[in-house]
Write a new protein. Structure first.
Length: 725
């Protein structure tokens, strides 16, 4: 039997010529074939997949070249969702239980937690906000913690962003029984327009409802969900309720690029991941054989990195504006206070600067004159009382010796009339040029002194202390006086150095070093002994060195040249030196060479030295021993004298020492015969001696085993230490 509706449609078509399908309503929904639409992979693309991936897809009946990619993605997404639901059913959803006090009642609160399988359905979510680790620079409370009972828990989250300068309360000790009032000032930043960061997620809803038509009426609707700026959709959840005309009814919903069909099978909810659309998400709803329908769509949107960066930039700009405003206020207040305080003069008083410059130049002048850097000074000792407290006290003997030294330099020169001229920074160390150029001092003359690379200093000598054109190395003389005050240094020979401490700091040090230098020169070319007594660098046996070496013996000696210093009561080294210098009628100056030669063991007469040969031989042995020590301690460690060169220098050493001793004794004899003349070497000079075998085991070792030289020097140092003890 033909249904009445279809019969009426045929009749109408016959009578009116109308198409039957227009009168019978919309036909059943026939979906398109999968191969007719959508993007599909080529055969060559499938070959690039791994074998494991192809196996998984084959087990699920997925043919990549025959099915569109969006359908394959939806199929795999549905399978993920189904697996997640099954796992959730088996494992259960985690919950967090807590106890909360409401009035006088304790209530247990169960809070569902996100399922561990949510990521399989929704995809990756934002990582949890990182909580900064404890900063050890932040002060922490010290003390103990103990349980005190049940109490409400208030969780306060605090994050250290930075430090800001502010006023600090006055801090002082408060004794028991005292009371103090303190005023604290809290710093406030007035950036009131700073908004909190955007929420991580936002939800955008959409709903549609229709109904009231007959069984032939279908409903179609389309719309859009506007996505907020800075967000993107990550998940859509769609739900539908409907009243149907017949069992094979359906509701088709498309959210963005995700289609889904709801049928009368009891599944009224559908969740799908989104394709990261921007600005808006289109939604389309179409029904078939449904009398009433209600559709709701909820799109979950996630904050983008760009939105967070934009918020940071805006917040930073607002805070910077507020900070600059506060800084401007602060600077204005400071300027007002400075205006009230008046003009501030920077830098030191120019007169104080000139005194400082004079003291510094005086210090360095004395160092140059005496060849020392004040390391020997210190006449204050420290003693300890019964309670262990350190008490400083003056070393009387040391103060007397140092006082004479100090008094001479303070009285012999007119330091108050010192003048100086600064030379440019280029004469100083090159690595300090940039630093010197940056010196800025309000006092221009003091600034010139700070930048100077060299200074020329002129100091007048007081009348009575000048040497009338005769050069005297005052440093040698003063060092000789210092050594003479110590009995051990004055009388005992130093191990390996050929003489006593007094001899080493005066004539033996100068002439022994000259003999070593002469032997070293002769390794390369023949060299005459004259170079030791006349050279451009004023070294070794030049006149002012010899005069200073000789002066170290007779000045303040009483009747024993080279003996302990002896001063007239009430007078000191300045007076002794004034009596020694070549002033009119000075007998000490005229007899200095004779007394010095006698201290060396020479027999003198008005015409000179009568036992010259014996004195020359004895001094030559001392000079040779010191020359060996001089070469071993200076040139062997530095690498200037190693291997065959060390042994060759040793072969010249004895001859050089004998030549230097000959010239020195001859010069002394001439000065004895002509008292007003300076002790200055003159020709004829002895010729260069022939080389001989190296008699020094120390320099022989330097040619083969430098370690042996170091061991020998260490042994001598230990022996010298025991000697001083």
């Amino acid at each position: 039997m033909v249904p009445p509706v279809e019969g009426a449609a045929k009749l109408a078509g016959t009578v009116f010529g109308a198409r039957p399908d227009l009168l019978s309503g919309t036909p059943s929904f026939t979906p398109l074939r999968l191969g007719d639409t959508g993007f599909r992979l080529r055969d060559t693309a499938v070959d690039k997949l791994s074998a494991a991936t192809r196996t998984v897809l084959s087990e699920r009946g997925v043919v990549l070249t025959a099915q569109p990619l969006d359908r394959i993605v939806n199929l795999l997404g549905d399978e993920q969702g189904a697996i997640g639901k099954e796992l959730e059913t088996l494992v259960g959803r985690p919950t967090r239980r807590s106890v909360k006090r409401i009035g006088d009642t304790l209530v247990t609160v169960s809070t569902p937690l996100p399922s561990p399988w949510t990521a399989l359905v929704v995809g990756e979510t934002l990582p949890p906000e990182a909580i900064p680790l404890e900063d050890t620079r932040v002060p922490r409370t010290r003390g103990t913690v103990a349980p005190s009972g049940v109490a409400d828990l208030i969780l306060v989250r605090q994050q250290l962003i930075g430090y800001a300068g502010a006023d600090i309360a006055h801090i002082e000790n408060v004794l028991r029984g005292e009371s103090k009032q303190r005023e604290h000032i809290r710093r406030q930043e007035h950036a009131t327009d700073v908004a909190p960061p955007p929420e991580i997620y936002r939800t955008k809803p959409f709903d549609y409802q229709a109904g009231g038509g007959d069984s032939k009426t279908d409903y179609t609707h389309s719309g859009q969900i506007t996505i907020d700026d800075g967000y993107m959709p990550v998940q859509a959840t769609c739900g539908t309720v409907m009243n149907t005309w017949q069992q094979d009814c359906c509701v088709d919903v498309i959210v963005g690029s995700r289609p889904h069909r709801f049928s009368d099978d009891g599944n009224w909810m559908w969740t799908t991941p989104m394709a990261e659309e921007r600005d808006s998400v289109p939604i389309t709803v179409q029904t078939w054989r449904v009398s009433h329908v209600g559709v709701t769509v909820e799109v979950k949107c996630q904050r983008t990195d760009r939105a967070m960066a934009k918020w940071r930039l805006e917040t930073h700009a607002k805070l910077t504006t507020a900070c600059l405003a506060r800084l401007s206020e602060y600077e204005a207040q400071i300027a007002a206070l400075q205006l009230q305080a008046g003009v501030v003069i920077h830098g030191r008083n120019p007169e104080a600067n000139q005194l400082l410059v004079a003291d510094e130049l005086r210090k360095n002048c004395v160092s140059i004159l005496t060849d020392q850097h004040f390391d020997m000074f210190g006449a204050v000792d420290t003693v300890y009382g019964a309670d262990g407290r350190a008490i400083p006290q003056v070393d009387i003997a040391e103060a007397a010796a140092e006082g004479a030294y100090v008094r001479f330099f303070e009285q012999a020169f007119e330091w108050e009339h010192l003048t100086w001229a600064a030379y440019p920074y280029v004469w100083g160390r090159k690595d300090k040029w940039d630093e010197r150029l940056t010196y800025e001092d309000p006092d221009p003359q003091f600034n010139q002194f700070l930048k100077a690379g060299y200074c020329r200093v002129t100091v007048p000598v007081r009348p009575g202390f000048e040497d009338h054109g005769r050069g005297i190395d005052v440093g040698h003389m003063l060092i000789g006086l210092e050594v003479r005050s110590n009995r051990i240094l004055r009388t005992r020979n130093f191990p390996g150095q050929g003489g006593t401490g007094l001899e080493i700091v005066t004539w033996l040090g100068d002439l022994g070093g000259g003999a070593a230098n002469l032997a070293k020169r002769r390794i390369l070319r023949p060299t005459g002994v004259e170079v030791i007594f006349h050279n451009r660098t004023s070294d070794y046996g030049v006149m002012d060195n010899l005069e200073g070496d000789i002066a170290g013996y007779p000045v303040g000696c009483g009747a024993t040249p080279g003996g302990p210093p002896q001063y007239v009561p009430g007078k000191g080294i300045a007076d002794a030196l004034a009596g020694y210098l070549p002033l009119a009628g000075s007998t000490e100056w005229a007899t200095r060479a004779r007394r010095f030669a006698q201290a060396l063991g020479a027999t003198v007469s008005p015409t000179g030295i009568t036992n010259k040969t014996d004195v020359i031989d004895r001094l030559a042995d001392k000079l040779y021993e010191f020359a060996v020590w001089y070469a071993a301690t200076r040139w062997v460690p530095s690498g200037e004298l190693l291997g065959p060169a060390a042994e060759k220098a040793c072969q010249h050493m004895k001859g050089a020492a004998h030549e230097v001793a000959t010239v020195f004794v001859t010069t002394l004899a001439s000065a004895i015969a002509h008292p007003p003349d300076p002790v200055d070497a003159a020709g004829p000079y002895p010729g260069q001696s022939a080389t001989g075998p190296c008699a020094s085991t120390l320099l022989k070792a330097a040619s083969t085993n430098v370690g042996a030289v170091r061991r020998q020097l260490d042994e001598w140092a230990e022996e010298f230490g025991r000697l001083l003890e």
